[in-house]
Design a binder for this molecule. Structure first.
Ligand code: SF4
Ligand code: SF4
Length: 472
């Protein structure tokens, strides 16, 4: 039985509710009257239910699909302006006891190089990341209680926050590790992590169990209820995601939104971010063996529908996707992207030797951070290295209420411009800096409050003169 507030994952992600949602969506895929009513509701920017959003995703009327894309783009502009938040992943360890069939780190893979960063390695890697200009990291590690216990992850977080090279600093560490206990989430919270990220992979329980044949991750309920335990442990910024390609995308889409609705209904705060990875080629993984791959057009429609359904939730796209795909999705709702990523354990400080490859998946966008930053600015976006909310204690419901009231705009725009200015001063190539300075001048005019604009202008001068780390 579907129960949005249940503590049992099979009830808040109820299989029959998803099947009924898909049936309802199919029956109404060309129901212009209903689709128009849903789009009108979406225009209020308060979000949509999983049923309503599923109708939009199924919609077969080309003019309504166009309207949907325009609306997604407008909502994106209203909430995020032109800002795109930048981050990089840092793989700590690829030791893993699970048997996930789509990931080369599955423990039966005997030929991939197994690596784990020591604290000294982390100093080298993070220094290299700081020297590129990164301020925000997402930590990744396989599940292995012996090699990657929670104490190891906590040590890594502590080390990362302590590294200050030249003007560099990592100001927000997000963590993507296996489902764990309330006590461990509490420890992560106390260590000062930003978002706890855990991809569901698939919401379809039967498929989930087949795709995770061995290891602790096999337990669907334990995995799916992880965000509840994270919330109970005090982490109120959580990041959801599914791996598109494993199951029918429409099933995943409904499940994802039901998960968001469950968190909002139970804890008063929905997901901070949603990631949309697609399955990729990797060491011993061939994406062609999975039947549910989605093409670029379907992918764009999914991103637009998520944007419309949960307007306040950040959306993340990684370097799994090519420059071309990323460019298209930026218009439709993506608000965070990674740049210059390495998906190997180590690899930022020095390239991995050919006979010791440890990559989780092939990267499709291999540009440097400077190239990604310049490209974004040439497209009219503001690359933002802002981490202010988390450091000002604006997380969870405090963040959401600021976001919903529109007040956040008074912080985001000047923060984005000040952190971009830091990047330009410390790390950019001359051409990137030239483009960036012009952009900052133009975008300063869009800071709504006269008072905030005046303070930001003073701070930009101070950054020019060597001061760092201002925020609203
Ligand atoms: S997806 Fe995660 S849990 Fe599964 S094999 Fe890869 S690293 Fe391990
Ligand atoms: S002010 Fe907050 S919401 Fe805005 S970009 Fe910075 S961290 Fe994100």
């Amino acid at each position: 039985m579907y129960n949005i507030k249940s503590q049992n994952a099979t009830e808040f992600i109820d299989h029959s509710e998803i099947l009924e949602t898909l049936k309802y969506a199919d029956e109404n895929a060309s129901n212009a009257e209903l689709i128009d009513a849903i789009l009108e509701k979406a225009e209020l920017r308060k979000g949509l239910s999983h049923r309503e959003a599923s109708v939009l995703l199924a919609c077969t009327l080309p003019d309504r699909v166009e309207r949907m894309y325009r609306l997604a783009e407008q909502i994106k502009k209203d909430f995020y302006g032109s800002r795109i938040v930048m981050f990089a992943p840092l793989y700590l360890s690829n030791y893993c006891v699970n048997g996930c069939v789509y990931c080369p780190y599955h423990h039966q893979n005997k030929h991939i190089a197994r690596k784990k960063l020591s604290q000294e390695d982390i100093v080298r890697e993070v220094t290299a990341l700081q020297d590129m200009g990164h301020k925000r990291l997402a930590l990744e590690a396989g599940e292995d209680p012996v090699n990657n216990p929670i104490e190891y992850i906590l040590d890594c977080v502590k080390t990362i926050y302590s590294i200050k090279h030249k003007n560099g600093a990592i100001r927000r560490v997000n963590v993507n590790i296996a489902a764990t206990t309330v006590e461990n989430y509490k420890k992560l919270h106390d260590a000062g992590i930003g978002t706890y990220i855990l991809f569901q992979e698939t919401y379809h329980k039967e498929s989930y169990e087949k795709l995770h044949p061995t290891g602790p991750k096999h337990n669907y309920r334990y995995h799916t209820e992880a965000m509840d335990r994270a919330m109970q442990g005090g982490i109120d910024d959580v990041g959801l995601g599914v791996l598109f390609g494993l199951e029918l995308y429409r099933y995943e889409f409904a499940g994802l939104l039901m998960h968001a609705e469950h968190l909002e209904a139970t804890y008063g705060v929905g997901p901070h971010t949603i990631s949309v990875p697609r399955i990729k080629k990797a060491d011993d993984i061939d994406p062609a063996v999975f039947d549910n791959g989605i093409d670029d057009d379907t992918f764009a429609k999914i991103v637009a529908c998520i944007r419309i359904a949960v307007p306040y939730t950040g959306m993340i796209i990684s370097t799994r996707e090519s420059k071309k795909v990323r460019e298209r999705l930026l218009h439709l709702g993506i608000s965070q992207i990674s740049g210059a990523s390495k998906t190997s354990v180590g690899g930022y400080a020095e390239p991995e030797p050919d006979d010791e490859k440890s990559e989780q998946f092939d990267v499709s966008d291999n540009r440097t951070l400077d190239e990604v930053v310049r490209w974004l600015m040439e497209l009219g976006y503001i690359p933002s290295f802002c981490t202010a909310c988390y450091r000002e204690g604006r997380t969870g419901d405090r963040f959401m209420s600021l976001c919903k009231s529109g007040q956040i705009q008074n912080c985001c725009q000047p923060n984005a411009l000040m952190t971009l200015k830091e990047y330009l001063m410390d790390y950019a190539s001359p051409e990137t800096r030239r483009i960036g300075e012009k952009l900052i001048e133009k975008e300063m005019a869009l800071v709504a409050s006269d008072k905030v604009r005046a303070i930001a202008a003073e701070r930009l001068v101070k950054i020019e003169n060597g001061d760092r780390d201002f925020r609203f």
